[in-house]
Design a protein around this ligand. Structure first.
Ligand SMILES: Cc1ncc(COP(=O)(O)O)c(C=O)c1O
Length: 352
């Protein structure tokens, strides 16, 4: 029998494992700096609200209230909101719904957008950033009719200016900005979530990271009505569960958004602390200008053994070599509380 599936659609020709994720690196007895979900989450009030929603499980999910809540939070119309089972589902829906002639993915970035496009049979062109890993508008080919970029970007932690990204939007192009980590930045100054004036702009948001809901699968798409309609047509029925829709309402209230913002301010302090500790170490370079998210990208020039050596000492960091544009000298490490960062940097000092 002939297999109808394309050969290993998740792997690119030079062999980056696009399906690798940080959760594969955590394990018993390891401190987890590999996954970027905020520690100590979900908060009790949120768990209680999700638990209360379970009494409604006999009914099929109804997204009307969740779409209205998200729309209100971002100053949009509910017709511009499409709930998804995590931002990861949005990449699959976009790959199914769109027919790009020239799809461009800006790397290094989260690998699922490229994997989803390839799995749907689309050719993918890479724009690979180097140096300080910032993006110039001129880096993206003018003919690209689909552009995918993360902001802030995983794994570089670089926050691109809103004006640079807005400058990539044009008629005839779909511009996908993955804002899965936008709420880790106080005030979200570079977010395009509320911009309804940019043609073809698709903003993806996730409730996974800040709220600790990776297991629930919940996020949403903000896009012009016609693109939302195309995603809806490509979506499986009821893929977003009633508790996930409840989370969407709970996490988009003004009070919840304030709580997320306070967490982002605390995170910024913790990140500065970690960066200060790293500045005192020889043999490590922090990649990317002005890290802005809940993780940092580290490079150890001439050393590909650091991740393994950290693991031997009880620390799980995320490998960098599965990201196009990076190699085995890179790892990504989550920003945790200051005591954890101090112990981590002490372990790193031993290794180096
Ligand atoms: C940059 C980025 N975008 C999207 C996702 C997917 O998030 P979700 O859990 O909402 O599917 C991740 C998960 O790691 C991510 O790092």
């Amino acid at each position: 029998m002939t297999a109808l599936l394309p050969d290993d659609p998740a792997s690119d020709p030079p062999g980056h494992d696009l399906a690798h994720h940080g959760d594969a690196e955590v394990g018993p007895g390891l401190v987890d700096l590999a996954v970027n979900v905020r520690a100590g989450t979900p908060p009790a009030w949120l768990t209680e609200r999700l638990t209360a929603s379970l009494v409604g499980l006999a009914a099929y999910p109804n997204a009307t209230a969740a779409r209205a809540a998200v729309a209100a939070a971002h100053g949009r119309d509910p017709a511009q909101v499409w709930p998804v089972a995590g931002a990861a589902e949005a990449f699959v829906l976009l790959a199914r719904a769109l027919r790009p002639r020239r799809a461009v993915v800006v790397h290094p970035q989260f690998t699922e957008p490229e994997a989803a496009l390839r799995a749907a049979g689309h050719a993918v062109e890479r724009v690979v950033l180097d140096g300080d890993l910032t993006l110039d508008a001129g880096d993206v080919p003018e003919e690209a009719d689909l552009v995918v970029v993360g902001n802030p970007t995983n794994p570089t932690s670089v926050l691109h200016p809103a004006a640079t990204l807005a400058g990539l939007a044009r008629p005839g192009r779909v511009l996908v900005v993955d804002e899965a980590f936008a709420d880790t930045v106080p005030g979200e100054p570079e977010s395009l979530a509320a911009r309804t004036d940019l043609p073809g702009l698709v903003v993806l948001r996730s409730l996974t990271k800040t709220w600790g809901l990776a297991g629930l699968r919940v996020g949403y798409v903000l896009a012009p009505e016609e693109l939302v309609a195309a995603l809806a047509a490509a979506a499986p029925p009821w893929s977003v569960s009633t508790p996930a829709l409840e989370a969407m309402q709970a996490c988009t209230t003004p009070a919840a958004r304030d709580e997320a913002d306070r967490a982002a301010v605390a995170l910024r302090g913790d990140r500065e602390h970690l960066l200060g500790l790293l500045a005192g170490l020889d043999g490590v370079e922090v990649r990317g200008s002005d890290p802005a998210a809940s993780f940092v990208l580290l490079r150890f020039p001439g050393r590909t053994d650091v991740r393994g050596a950290l693991r031997d000492r009880g620390w799980a960091v995320r490998r960098g070599d599965t990201f196009p544009g990076l190699d085995g000298e890179h790892v990504r490490a989550a920003v945790r509380d200051r005591a954890t960062s101090e112990s981590f940097v002490a372990a790193l000092r031993e290794v180096l």
